[in-house]
Write a protein that binds this ligand. Sequence first.
Ligand code: GLA
Length: 399
Amino acid sequence: MDTAPTLSELSARTAARFAEVFGQAPNWTVAAPGRVNLIGEHTDYNDGFVLPMAIERYMVLAAGPAAAAESGQSSGNIIRVFSDLIGSAQTFTVGQVAELPPWCVYLHGVFDLLAKRGLNTGPLEVLVTSTVPLGGGLSSSAALEVATATLVEAVTGQVLDGRDKAKLCQQAENQYVGMPCGIMDQFSSALCRAGEAMRLDCRSLETTPVPLSDPNVSILIINSNVKHELSNSEYPVRRAQCEEAASALGVKSLRDVDPAALAAGWSKLSEVAYKRARHVVGEIARVLEFSDAAANADWSTAGELMYASHDSLRDDYEVSCPQIDTLVELAQSIGPSGGVYGSRITGGGFGGCTVTLCETAKAAAIADRILAEYKDHTDIEAMAFTSRPAQGAHVVRYQ
Ligand code: GLA
């Protein structure tokens, strides 16, 4: 089982690296977590419900003001960023269009949108580090955006409303990165709370806590270490198919369709649009059922809903892949007697991670067995870890 440093260890390490790279201690250190979605996949952009929790894996930024002489102009927002993840530095001026490496576009988008609202940081030096696996479906991108917004809040002393901050980060991803994502990932990284999953109504943005504090139950995350390029191109296609289905059924979004209305309206839909809609309508209902089951500590029912979600994502939404299906089948074959309640793909799909609900005492043995059998089947080394529900983004340290 993979382990990661605690947030305080990681923050101390990040501050020390900042001092090595920039020659002074940082003034601010901020952290934003990744997330795992327990259930409610591809429902956020359909105005539905989702049930993510933040994980104890973080994007951490340490920063300090850059010397004006070094940046050349004291009033410009020149940002010098060093990514400890790839060992490379980059400099950009907020608001100036430039070719940037993809990881910098997330930072620049957030800096720019906040500067347009009058939150100007002045020249900064920033060091980025992370324990969120990159590109693994655990929202490393959203964590980077939310960490950046949290840094700007710390530097300017202007604190945003959490919902507003999540929406701004989503806007950065939509407009600057060009990924038409929903609100779930940024919302989770900004607003989740320790000890609970967060049921989010993506239409009203109302949240309902779903406590996950039973020490006997664990959330096991397994990274397939597979990432198909399809994820970027197919996501907008799925969104468009959902919009097509909603419009053919004469509603604003698939949130407004229940199973009876979908069955009555099937002849108005293409076969593909019908399958996509069937996933979304069923998945929205499963989020509500899962929340009730979790509130009653009925983990068997919660687990069955996870398998149903996976089947629907594989067959109707068609966003799984053989390696992920293997991970879910291996978990399912261990079954309740071996401590597994349920398992499913999590995140956008086409690779990435599975999330498995299991007995805490058996989690390590379950992970070992799945990893070994996955290696036999696919010849790929997967990576597994457990996480309790973590706290959303916050400032770790001011100096
Ligand atoms: C990605 C997107 C989210 C959401 C999920 C699928 O993570 O960023 O907005 O749509 O896929 O549930």
